[in-house]
Unconditional design. Structure first.
Length: 117
């Protein structure tokens, strides 16, 4: 059974750092693109960063230079390193896996990130 489990969220002061983890099971990262999305209250869910099966990455402009997405195939885990956090980064962060063969999407349950002094 395909499953994604996020962890690493929490409360951090502006300028601080967090590392989110997305542990996947039931599939191999080689066959999927992984994306980190976030959704703030009253706003639409947005794609923050993604990493393709070939390793290429993309970021939304607002996090470029501050966030880094990476993956460890041996651990079947994808990470989102978030530095220089701002209050506007506050949101629930979700991990998404999209099959490169079928286009099917799978979601984790989300992890809350709150940036506040």
């Amino acid at each position: 059974q395909l499953q994604l489990v996020e962890s690493g969220g929490g409360l951090v002061q502006p300028g601080g750092s967090l590392r989110l983890s997305c542990a996947v099971s039931g599939f191999t990262l080689d066959d999927y693109s992984i994306g980190w999305f976030r959704q703030a209250p009253g706003k639409q869910r947005e794609l923050v960063a993604s990493i393709r099966s070939g390793g290429g990455t993309n970021y939304v402009d607002s996090v470029k230079g501050r966030f880094t997405i990476s993956r460890d195939n041996a651990k079947n885990t994808v990470y989102l390193q978030m530095n220089g956090l701002k209050p506007e980064d506050t949101a629930v962060y979700y991990c998404n896996a999209r099959s490169k063969w079928t286009g099917s999407d799978y979601w984790g349950q989300g992890t809350q990130v709150t940036v506040s002094s």
